[in-house]
Write a protein that binds this ligand. Sequence first.
Ligand code: OAD
Length: 247
Amino acid sequence: MPSLNILRDLKERIRNAKHVVAITGAGISAESGIPTFRGKDGLWKQYRAEELATPWAFEKNPELVWKWYDWRRGIIAKATPNAGHVTLARMEDFYPEFTQITQNVDGLHRKAGSQKVIEIHGNLWRVRCVREGKTFYLEDVPLREISPRCSCGAILRPDVVWFGESLDPELIRKAHEELAACNLLLVIGTSGIVQPVASFPAIARQSGAYIVEINLETTPLTSLADLSLKGKSGDILPALFDFQSDS
Ligand code: OAD
């Protein structure tokens, strides 16, 4: 753990920052009871995300992929935002410029009250018609039919980004703009191995941002961070953003 002086400096830096960006991954929702993709709770029936979250898996076996999403939607429907999500929502009110770039599709940042959220991997409550491309929210839990259909008869898919697919260029553009402009970047609960988000901290670094990583373990992004805090985001974020008790 960093020394008390380093932590005091960090809190000062956090208090004085003007433009803050937070990148979040599955780890921020772990304390809400949502399994992460990697790590000991990250598996579902021996399948890995890389085997199910792909267009090829969906083409081959849409039922299996939908069953996985139905399982995840069931867990997420019962989940509530934890102290990490809530602290980030409070930060949004505090800073003149604040944006979250989340890889999570669970919608918990918005449920916590955050509005400036770039959901770069989509949202698992939204579906998309594979024929017409139209999107809409379908929030039945459990699904009334596995492999739901659009009114046009075509199959619907979760409106999320799968491995091998491109991210929305407009969301990427917005994310790059924020990363290049921020002076403090928080990297929270991500294993830092899935692109393009794994490269986002380097953009902020190039622009001179101070980077703080919060994670249970060391990741490929740790060496890029100015400071790496090991622990649960639901404990660390409220402790860092606790200005009232300082004054
Ligand atoms: P991962 O499951 O790869 O990594 C979760 C990270 O969170 C790990 O580094 C854990 O150490 C950390 N962690 C777990 N609990 C934590 C806690 N309470 N506090 C802080 N950190 C904690 O999740 P992502 O990096 O988000 O993509 O995965 C990236 C993408 O891979 C996902 O968006 C998804 C997946 O396949 C798609 O589905 C396209």
